[in-house]
Design a protein around this ligand. Structure first.
Ligand SMILES: Nc1ncnc2c1ncn2[C@@H]1O[C@H](COP(=O)(O)OP(=O)(O)OP(=O)(O)O)[C@@H](O)[C@H]1O
Ligand SMILES: [Mg+2]
Length: 451
């Protein structure tokens, strides 16, 4: 057993269990010296009880296991409902959702009732069996007394002890049941504890911030490969654009560069060093990220932007907010920069949320910039203005940019075209404008749709 297991057991039941066990054993040995027949009459029930508890261990464990998983299923369903409440409401899925939740609660209720019933029968049954011990001691004692084998004093002493001895025995049995109940949680903790801890460096001072993907394979779940043999380099001082149809793996590739997940094979390096060897916090200090799905906190706008750099002064925050075109809409809010924006910025429009995210990235000013659809929900005027801010953000940095709008990517130094998770084309925009190329087709399609 591991340290965690022992510490939990000692906090929960183990001391009582040992204390009860030792006191019963000592009392039984002492009594046997005094009169072995009466001791046997009192204690014959104990091995029987132990056998019952141990024999029912398997079914108890199974019951506890299904209890545990059903309980988790209910809380996960509730959590999912809270996270997706807007979608549920807008697609009239409330009844469906509630039906599913009801089903899970009902299953949990059934399993719980069955387990409680089994446990109840076991605990009460064991108490009744224990009482049989006292009954047999009374009968055998009376018999021995009538034969003159024992005196009245011995008989009374055994009766008094007999009326008390079963409390610690019952305690031992109850604690054994509780330990079985704990088993499944302990196993899960052990599973987590057994996960290997990777040794990673916090000392990271590279000569450059080039990101290199080398034959990278990646899948979120077994059997569904998302990236296949992806190789490319995003050089410092250059803008590298990832383009491709929806679902081709652009966001995944960008997130892998920041080591959000482990890849299955291949290698991703930053400044020549495998990112696996860099401590995650140290690695992320080097990234300014603007994601497709912006996450905001229920705090003031000032604090939401300041996440980019915790010790930034108010003036610094306002400076980047102006560059990201936040200043205009923030000043119109009731308390300006001190306005609290609600959970995940629910009081803001998509474009406003994105601008706050860009301001954060500007404030962080890290050597690598990941822009995932950074200007997707902005109108043309704001987009042009923000491009100026972004051009400050990306000066002399490693920039990985993902955009659907082709005019955002034609200024890139290098374009990587992803198609179903593989690199279909790569090179400068000029190089990729070849007849029948995927990039050329994407350009043409967008020109047509704009006209
Ligand atoms: N967290 C995740 N868990 C499981 N699958 C995921 C996850 N995120 C993305 N996927 C799957 O990986 C594939 C690639 O997704 P990704 O977000 O990288 O595409 P994308 O090129 O950025 O698309 P878009 O242009 O629509 O943003 C998709 O099939 C998607 O369903
Ligand atoms: Mg994406």
């Amino acid at each position: 057993m591991t340290v965690v297991t022992w510490s939990i057991l000692s906090r929960m039941r183990l001391p009582q269990l040992f204390a009860s066990f030792i006191s019963i054993a000592l009392i039984a040995i002492g009594m046997a010296f005094y009169n072995w027949q009466l001791t046997l009459a009192l204690f014959w029930v104990v091995p029987l009880e132990l056998a019952i508890v141990l024999l029912s261990k398997r079914s108890m464990r199974k019951g506890n296991e299904s209890n545990y998983w059903n309980k988790r299923a209910v809380s996960e369903q509730i959590q999912e409902g809270l996270d997706t409440i807007q979608e549920i409401k807008s697609y009239n899925q409330e009844n469906d959702y509630l039906d599913k939740l009801d089903e899970k609660i009902n299953t949990y209720e059934k399993v719980l009732t069955r387990n409680e019933l089994v446990l109840g029968i076991l605990v009460n049954g064991s108490q009744s069996i224990l009482k049989l011990g006292l009954a047999s001691a009374i009968i055998i004692g009376a018999n021995l007394l009538s034969q003159g084998s024992i005196d009245l004093f011995t008989y009374l002493i055994f009766m008094v002890i007999g009326s008390r001895i079963y409390t610690p025995i019952q305690e031992v049995l109850n604690n054994l049941a509780a330990l079985i109940y704990l088993d499944i949680r302990i196993n899960r903790m052990n599973e987590m504890e057994m996960l290997p801890i990777q040794q990673r460096t916090t000392e990271f001072h590279p000569n450059n911030y080039d990101i290199e993907f080398n034959h990278v394979d990646f899948s979120y779940e077994v059997g569904k490969q998302i990236l296949k043999d992806v190789s490319f380099t995003a050089k410092q001082g250059e803008i590298t654009a990832l383009v491709g149809s929806s679902g081709s793996g652009k966001s995944t590739a960008a997130k892998l560069a920041a080591h959000f997940w482990d890849i299955q094979s291949g290698k991703i390096t930053l400044g020549g060093l495998d990112i696996k060897q860099i401590d995650p916090e140290t690695l992320l200090k080097n990234f300014s990220i603007v994601f497709q799905d912006v996450v905001l906190f229920n705090a003031s706008i000032m604090d939401n932007i300041r996440i980019g750099k915790r010790d930034a002064s108010d003036e610094e925050v306002v400076r980047v907010a102006k560059l990201a075109r936040c200043d205009e809409f923030v000043r119109k809010m009731p308390q300006g920069y001190q306005t609290v924006i609600g959970e995940n910025g629910e009081t803001l429009s998509g474009g406003e949320r994105q601008r706050i995210s860009i301001a954060r990235a500007l404030l962080k000013n890290a050597p690598i910039v990941l822009l995932d659809e950074a200007t997707a929900s902005l109108d043309v005027e704001n987009e042009t203005q923000i491009q100026l801010g972004i051009s400050e953000l990306i000066r002399n940095k490693t920039v990985l940019i993902i955009a659907h709008r082709m005019r955002t990517v034609v200024n890139a130094d290098k374009i990587i075209v992803l198609d179903k998770g593989s690199v279909a084309e790569s090179g400068s925009p000029e190089l990729l404008r070849k007849p029948n190329g995927i990039f050329t087709q994407m350009l043409e399609r967008q020109v047509i749709s704009v006209n």
